[in-house]
Design a protein around this ligand. Structure first.
Ligand SMILES: Cc1cc2nc3c(=O)[nH]c(=O)nc-3n(C[C@H](O)[C@H](O)[C@H](O)COP(=O)(O)O)c2cc1C
Length: 358
């Protein structure tokens, strides 16, 4: 039913400007009228990480639910975890529209949104509403945090968000890799990264209690070169963060993309990113000798893509762009497909596939 409805709705949605289509989807999700694909409940796919139980390893990547409006609805879609955000301390409008562009032939998107969101207070109200659900839906909630545009002290913004929202999160993601906030990606350089992480870790331990504090993850760009990957990997281990998300959108523009799409500024996601992000995961896993859990993201549009990222070193995976082109049925299909990949390889649990290819 979910598949059929998406097949009917897709031509209308894809005639609209992508952002309007997204807002319409969020509205429909909020009304609760959309049917959900049947759930996959397979013990081989349950993952325990950071002392948290993920019902399955497929998560919703940040950016889809920036204000934590539809967390419960995304769990109903079958996701094992939902990363809401990026949220910034103050509400902001982001870049002028249009700022999201679709390319159906390559199932790709370019966005230059620039963190439009309703700010931390609005986010907190929404997440409190979600937590009122009794029983709380099984599934892990990540909160992805970022800085407001133009701030002079980025660490202050991240610390504010840790203080305001840390206690609502099953994990926190420090986003330093969106290409659409000037200066953000510079935070990946060692001289900026180490002091930034020290302040955020200190704030987390102070605000959330050292023992049951949410794990802190850092989300990186897939555009780091080998030297940078090695250096950032060393920084993250040194700073004792809990995990890494690899990764965000890319600034690359493969030549086969049509000119009117190619020339748009912003971050590219979807199929053209698949191989690149898997390669970064493999390199990162090697440098860290598998000691730092990785959430793999970037162009996952089939179970084979997800499985390749897991075999390259990811413990969990996330999707966004493929959802735009394939609809909610994709979550179910990825999970069924992942179980089949395990069977084919004679592996009895998904966690044993992590890093198999390295
Ligand atoms: C329209 C759009 C908005 C996004 N917004 C965010 C964001 O706010 N924060 C973030 O960390 N990543 C954001 N992302 C990046 C995704 O979370 C993901 O890392 C990236 O798109 C690669 O995965 P995919 O190819 O499955 O989409 C956004 C992606 C898209 C397409």
């Amino acid at each position: 039913m979910a598949k059929l409805l998406f097949q009917i709705a897709k031509p209308f949605l894809h005639k609209m400007d992508p952002e309007s289509a997204h807002h319409m989807t969020l509205k429909a999700l909020k009304t609760g009228v959309l049917p959900c694909p049947s759930h996959v409940n397979d013990p081989r796919l349950r993952v325990t990480l950071w002392n948290r139980k993920f019902p399955n390893p497929v998560g919703l990547a940040a950016g889809f639910d920036k204000n934590a409006d539809v967390v419960a609805q995304m769990f109903a879609m079958g996701f094992g975890f939902v990363e809401a955000g990026t949220v910034t301390p103050k509400a902001q409008e982001g870049n002028p529209r249009p700022r999201v562009f679709r390319e159906p032939t390559n199932e790709a998107v370019i966005n230059r949104m620039g963190f439009p969101n309703g700010g931390a207070e609005n986010f907190r109200r929404n997440i409190e509403k979600f937590l009122e659900h009794k029983p709380r839906p099984a599934g892990i909630v990540g909160i992805n945090i970022g800085m407001n545009k133009g701030v002079e002290d980025p660490a202050k913004d991240y610390c504010t968000l840790v203080r305001l929202l840390g206690n609502y999160a099953d994990y926190l993601t420090v986003n330093i890799s969106s290409p659409n906030t000037p200066g953000l990606r510079n935070l990946q350089a060692r001289e900026n990264l180490m002091p930034l992480l020290a302040r955020i870790m200190e704030e987390r331990n102070k605000s959330c209690g050292k023992d049951d504090a949410p794990p802190l993850l850092v989300k990186l760009a897939p555009d780091l070169n080998d030297e940078q990957i090695k250096d950032v990997a060393a920084c993250l281990i040194e700073a004792k963060v809990d995990g890494v998300i690899l990764g965000n959108t890319t600034l690359d523009r493969p030549e086969y993309l049509p000119a009117n799409f190619y020339e748009q500024q912003g971050g590219l996601s979807g199929r053209p990113l698949t191989q690149k992000s898997t390669d970064v995961i493999r390199k990162f896993y090697n440098h860290t000798e598998g000691k730092l859990p990785i959430i793999g993201a970037g162009g996952i549009s089939s179970a084979q893509d997800a499985y390749a990222k897991i075999r390259a070193g990811a413990s969990l995976v996330q999707i966004y762009t493929a959802l735009v082109f394939q609809g909610p049925q994709l979550v179910h299909d990825l999970l069924i497909g992942l179980a089949q990949c395990l069977e084919k390889d004679g592996i009895d649990h998904i966690s044993k596939a992590t890093g198999k290819d390295t």
